[in-house]
Ligand binder design. Structure first.
Ligand code: KG4
Ligand code: ZN
Length: 429
């Protein structure tokens, strides 16, 4: 089946077209289009995502992105505009709270023929409710125009499945359809060997930090979660303390990568050259930069990141004006602390439940150091457990992952045309 997926839960507007087949036994996915428009530059001046700005920007971006995706998938066909008054009226009601979207919709959608798709998938939570509603209402309007069912998808489930569409060696999302077909064999092999149960999932994003135990397809139990801030949120807040732009995760990671390079020139804030040994370990042992690893020995799978962020706040206050080297040392130590805790808890869950697969997803999984250490430490602790890592493009928010989750749900349940779907900001797995 071909699924058109829509994602608007936060600050990325995304539309994907994914061909899915094989069922639970042999799921195979082919990404026909992966369109995405990021609002990061718009939110940056506020230091974080502003829900109503996000809503407005989704409204503007959705129709152009849909046209882009249909074109990329080569399924955009023109049609003479002749919608009935009844259809126009119903559309106006569905999109009454999204004026920009309604204008774009009525301008463009009547001109295109119903595309060859089987279902429309849309994120209905968790996320920012005003932003979620735009995607939901768009899905409902399209459902009405094209007579296709809507599959509501939990965003976190999307992150959980994001690695199933990735192939580390090939950048599929940039390949042409011909290239994709020629890769289909190796792709299929990978998909078939995926997800053996029990599986443990680490989901780490800007809004969530969870460890999930999956005993079968779509059967989950959240066994650990953050008690306060999500790890991505901590990255973002610490970045702000260091004077770095939003989103902070990639900024902190970039600074931390400089650590080994810069540490050889480590100088104290006072301008005096440091006389301590120059290897990184010695500086890390310096109690000035040492940060806590909250709850690392708590014996459960829960997290807490707000104390870590507060520890950085105190450190920054103590140091006063920060030099570039201070920032690098703090970024490195913060990242190491966050990764230490994520890995300790995740691997403890892998061991306890004898997981056959460890699957990871969410924006923070884009962090290269986290991936490197996950691979290394899993191989030591449980070499038989297979690690599924998403392609970097599928770690942060996107609609391809939403299509994947929708496919699995469609195998279990029949969905309706223009259904009642309500945005659910705090939806859990
Ligand atoms: O999954 P996502 O795109 O959106 C949510 O659903 O929240 O995750 C965004 C989060 C942000 O907090 C961002 O700072 C973080 O992922 N992030 C990273 C990296 N890239 C993005 N955190 C650490 N290292 C990265 N390389
Ligand atoms: Zn996300």
């Amino acid at each position: 089946m071909i699924i058109l997926a829509i994602e608007t839960s936060c600050d990325e507007t995304a539309i994907s077209l994914v061909e899915a087949k094989g069922g639970f036994a042999r799921p195979v996915f082919r990404v026909l289009a992966h369109a995405l428009s990021s609002q990061i530059a718009i939110h940056q001046k506020w230091g974080g995502v502003v829900p109503n700005i996000a809503k407005r920007e989704h409204g503007k971006a959705l129709v152009p992105l849909l046209l882009e995706a249909l074109t990329e998938a080569k399924i955009l066909q023109p049609k003479k505009p002749a919608p009935s008054d009844k259809l126009l009226k119903k559309t106006a009601i569905i999109l009454e709270r999204e004026p920009d979207l309604l204008i774009n919709f009525l301008e463009e959608i009547p001109k295109i023929a119903r595309p060859k798709i089987d279902a429309i998938a849309v994120t209905y939570g968790p996320g920012l409710e005003p932003a979620l509603w735009v995607g939901i209402n768009f899905a409902k309007a399209l459902s009405l125009w094209w007579d296709k069912p809507v599959i509501p998808v939990n965003h976190m489930e999307g992150h959980l499945f994001s690695s199933l569409a990735s192939d580390e060696k090939n950048d599929k999302l940039r390949m042409t359809n011909d290239e994709l077909t020629s890769k289909a064999e190796s792709w299929k092999r990978k998909a078939e060997s995926l997800m053996h149960f029990p599986a443990v999932a680490l989901l780490a994003s800007g809004g969530h930090t969870e460890i999930v135990l999956a005993t079968d397809w779509l059967k989950y139990q959240v066994i650990g979660r953050t008690r306060d801030d999500a790890v991505g949120e901590a990255f973002d807040k610490v970045a702000r303390l260091l004077g770095l732009p939003y989103p902070g995760g990639p900024e902190i990671a970039k600074l931390a990568e400089n650590y080994e390079l810069r540490i050889t020139n480590y100088g104290l804030k006072t301008g005096k050259k440091d006389t301590r040994p120059r290897d990184s370990a010695s500086v890390l042992r310096d109690s000035t930069f040492r940060l806590p690893r909250p709850m690392i020995n708590s014996g459960d799978f829960d997290f807490s990141f707000s104390g870590l962020k507060t520890a950085v706040l105190y450190l920054v206050k103590k140091l006063g004006a920060l030099t570039e080297t201070d920032k690098i040392a703090i970024a490195h130590e913060f990242q190491t602390a966050a990764v230490d805790v994520l890995i300790a808890k995740t691997l403890a869950a892998v061991k306890k439940f004898e997981a056959k697969t460890l699957v990871v997803g969410g924006g923070v999984i884009a962090n290269r150091e986290l991936k490197r250490r996950l691979k290394e430490e899993l191989a030591n602790i449980s070499p038989k457990t297979e690690l599924l890592l998403p392609d970097p493009k599928l770690s942060t928010d996107n609609a391809t992952m939403i299509a994947l989750a929708a496919y699995f749900h469609s195998l279990k349940k029949k969905y309706r045309i223009n259904p009642k779907i309500v945005a659910s900001g705090n939806l859990s797995l």
